[in-house]
Design a protein. Structure first.
Ligand code: 9MR
Length: 762
């Protein structure tokens, strides 16, 4: 049976996870891949490859503390290091070794991973002392029914009560199946059974502690394969019946032979993407979140080619989602996610040239200062040399002392026009490899940015309403920060920091808080009379590595410390807090976050109570995505808040994120849904609104969605605020899909004028 098309919640769109860098200018701390504790007998070697990753793809520094005598920590010249030690009988016992990754551009950004190395006397079994170590568990799996030719994909998620990452094995792999490492502690079982494999196959997955393999849990799944191949009802004769893992709508176009890909480092993938429609029309093709350096070009024959040369940072899996769109009915679409698995050939030496990342042609107003950061990056993790080839008269190239430089230029009316600046990065190992980058700096008359009519915030103030945006991380470091901040201050009366309250950013190590950017936003909000909306105190994503490896038994303590620190610091300044963010899965079950593991669903109440103790005047809300309309997830959220209200939990409202796409049509359901939450006495905040133009630029359609959502909010007396997730397409987590109300050149789109009109007239 065809499956009804699924709306792309951001979680699905983000399947590539850590490998993407959606905001080029956000500098996030590096992380170290989880490392299991080690047990070794005296005389044997222990070897640990320490793999740091940096979301900005700049190779982090790596240090070790507490290195045992005689051990080494050698540079593998690929960004990783190997800790190697052969302990002697004098070393029997346990010691804690700590590895630290340090951001290449900001040495304040660090993260650590500690490993206990236990050395046993010769002859003693390689087991830790009887320390109460418990067996890991596997999250429950359900039996599966498939037909021949259908794809089965099962994610196996092991959890260890001690917080180490358990090993996973499978009893036997059916022919043609795979059991791949997702590189996040989980593995994926994939299988497309053939007609020889009809019948029941029982799989047993075992999770075990590598140090104590006897401590294991086995989870069994029965896969029942039935005989007949699935028939596409729209096209019973088609030999190219699409796989069921395409999210299909009846009669919608479908992909032909679009499969997972394997790529060897050094090669470039060239993948022709072909879709068909039973009615003979040529369907459109789109890709969500193109990986960096990839392109998706039109072949002029109805097909497109996806080209990508992966870098060492891409080793492992990246997922991309393709969508094919009916030429006659854009709402009729099929999406399919494929896996790109990048492997290294150990016999092949590949040296990639450096690149200069993250600069786009800036546009600034005459009179502003350009502050353009230039950061050369080498995919092989070496640090390239950077020089300027030519820069505008009167500008300076300043060394930031961290491998980057800043082009600073105070402009005036005489500079109006386009001026170029060029930079060269030279490979640190092979000087014949270099990269040049030229940017065009447009200095324009300040009146270019004038917008007709009244400012949104003035119109909103008059109605006692809040209209706002999310402020990009480190807005004061943007090349065009004066323009970015001035327009926001003119238009909005409420602001949320998009990233700077997130735990990985603000508490990179336990008890170490990095307040600079959050303080900067708080000061900016105050200087401009804007309400400050904090986001989020408790979330399952963007956690620092030390929390990812946390023993759930101390999750409560860590959560409370974090809430107290933030709410205390911004008491009286942050008016609204997203206390808990995204606790539910799409089916309405509780997400198995570290917080849930530690406290069960009670963490939500605990978080609200803790926040309320620190600032009884702050408005405390629960925030989630894909809950603005009625569905199992919003039902679950409804039940949860109802229960909390009954228990007297200090919850004031609900944040509905609303990351929409251009095929959005659930207005009626949103209206009813807001009503039921309002009837509970809760306030409603639309916290993260944007509309990704997935089917291509269509300003009128976008403006209509902007208009209708604002109208729903204004019709509902309890709807207090509408904030878009950013305001210029230049700085959006979904930039490719121009989801915001100003273009990437800060010019107003119809969506802007619709909000203006509705705020004025509605
Ligand atoms: O826009 C944010 C982006 O810059 C971050 O990289 C990303 C990391 O998870 O988070 C984005 O914001 C999310 C928000 O905090 C919670 N709701 C979903 C938003 C979009 O992913």
């Amino acid at each position: 049976m065809p499956i009804k098309i699924a709306r792309c919640g951001y979680a699905l769109c983000l399947t590539g996870g850590l490998l993407f860098n959606p905001v080029a200018l956000a500098n996030l701390p590096p992380v170290i891949d989880p490392i299991a504790d080690q047990v070794v007998s005296a005389g044997n070697a222990v070897e640990i490859v320490v793999v740091p990753r940096d979301p900005e793809r700049v190779v982090p520094g790596l240090t070790i503390s507490n290195m045992p005598n005689g051990a080494s920590f050698l540079d593998n010249r690929n960004g990783t290091r190997t800790f190697r030690w052969v302990p002697t009988s004098n070393d029997v016992g346990s010691r804690l070794v700590t590895f630290e990754a340090i951001d290449a551009s900001d040495s304040n950004l660090r993260s650590t991973v500690s490993v206990t190395v236990t050395v046993n006397a010769v002859g003693q079994p390689e087991q830790p002392n009887n320390n109460g170590n418990q067996a890991p568990i596997i999250e429950p799996l359900s039996d599966v029914l498939v037909q021949v030719g259908e794809a089965v994909s099962i994610r196996v998620v092991p959890v260890d009560p001690e917080g180490v990452v358990p090993a996973l094995s499978i009893n036997t792999l059916p022919t043609g199946a795979s059991f791949d490492d997702n590189r996040d502690g989980t593995r994926q079982f994939r299988w497309q059974p053939n007609d020889q494999q009809v019948g029941d196959t029982t799989l047993s997955f075992a999770a075990y502690d590598e140090n104590e393999p006897s401590l294991r849990t086995v989870e069994t799944v029965k896969i029942t394969v039935s005989g007949s191949a699935p028939v596409d009802p729209g096209n019973p004769q088609t030999p190219n019946t699409p796989n069921q893992d395409q999210l299909m709508v009846e009669g919608a176009p479908f992909f032909v032979d679009l499969q997972d890909q394997f790529i060897t480092l050094g090669d470039t993938l060239s993948l022709r993407v072909v879709a068909k429609d039973d009615d003979g029309s040529v369907p459109g093709l789109a890709i969500d979140r193109l990986p960096e350096r990839a392109n998706f070009s039109d072949n002029g024959d109805g097909t497109r080619t996806f080209r990508w040369q992966p870098y060492p940072i891409d080793l492992g899996d990246t997922y991309v989602e393709f969508t094919t769109i009916d030429a006659n009915n854009p709402a009729s679409r099929t999406s399919k996610t494929i896996r790109l698995n990048v492997v290294r050939d150990p016999n092949r030496v590949v040296n990639f040239p450096p690149v200069i990342n993250g600069i786009r042609n800036p546009t600034i107003r005459a009179g502003d200062t350009l502050t353009q950061r230039v950061q050369p990056v080498d995919p092989d993790f070496t640090v390239p040399n950077l020089s300027a080839l030519n820069i505008p008269q009167g500008s300076q190239l300043v060394d930031n002392g961290d491998g980057t430089r800043n082009l600073n230029w105070l402009t005036d009316a005489n500079d109006i026009g386009d001026t170029q600046a060029s930079f060269r990065a030279v490979d640190a190992v092979d000087s014949s490899l270099s990269f040049e980058s030229t940017i065009t700096v447009s200095v324009v008359d300040p009146s270019t940015f004038n917008r007709d009519g009244e400012r949104l915030r003035d119109l909103a103030d008059r109605r006692g309403f809040k209209i706002g945006y999310a402020a990009v991380l480190q807005a004061s470091n943007l090349a065009d920060s004066q323009l970015y901040r001035d327009i926001a201050a003119e238009e909005f009366n409420i602001v949320t920091p998009e990233n700077s309250h997130k735990m990985s950013w603000i508490q990179p190590q336990r008890g170490v808080f990095k307040w600079d950017d959050a303080d900067d936003v708080a000061n900016y909000a105050e200087q401009n009379g804007m309400t400050l909306h904090g986001h989020p105190l408790v979330w399952f994503r963007q956690l620092p590595p030390w929390v990812q490896l946390l023993d759930p038994s101390i999750a409560q303590q860590v959560m409370r410390e974090h809430i107290r620190a933030l709410v205390q610091r911004y008491r009286g300044r942050v008016a609204i807090w997203d206390v808990v963010n995204e606790s539910f899965e799409d089916d309405g079950t509780y997400r198995n976050s570290i917080w849930h593991k530690g406290m069960g669903k009670g963490y939500i109440r605990d978080a609200f109570i803790t926040a309320n103790q620190e600032d009884p005047n702050a408005i405390l809300i629960y925030n989630d995505y894909d809950v603005a309309w009625k569905n199992p997830k919003s039902d679950a959220m409804y039940n949860m808040v109802q229960e909390e209200i009954a228990a007297g939990t200090p919850i004031d409202g609900v944040g509905f994120q609303m990351h929409l796409r251009d095929d959005f049509s659930e207005y009626e359901s949103v209206e009813r849904n807001f009503e039921r939450f309002a009837n509970l006495g809760l306030d409603i905040y639309i916290t993260e609104f944007d509309v990704a133009m997935f089917g291509g630029k269509n300003d009128e359609l976008q403006a209509e969605i902007y208009r209708r959502v604002l109208e729903i909010c204004l019709r509902q007396p309890r709807c207090k605020a509408l904030q878009s997730w950013g305001y210029t397409d230049r700085y959006s987590w979904r930039s490719n899909f121009q989801p915001l109300m100003l273009t990437d050149k800060y010019l107003p789109k119809p969506a802007y004028y619709e909000w203006q009109r509705v705020l004025r007239d509605f």
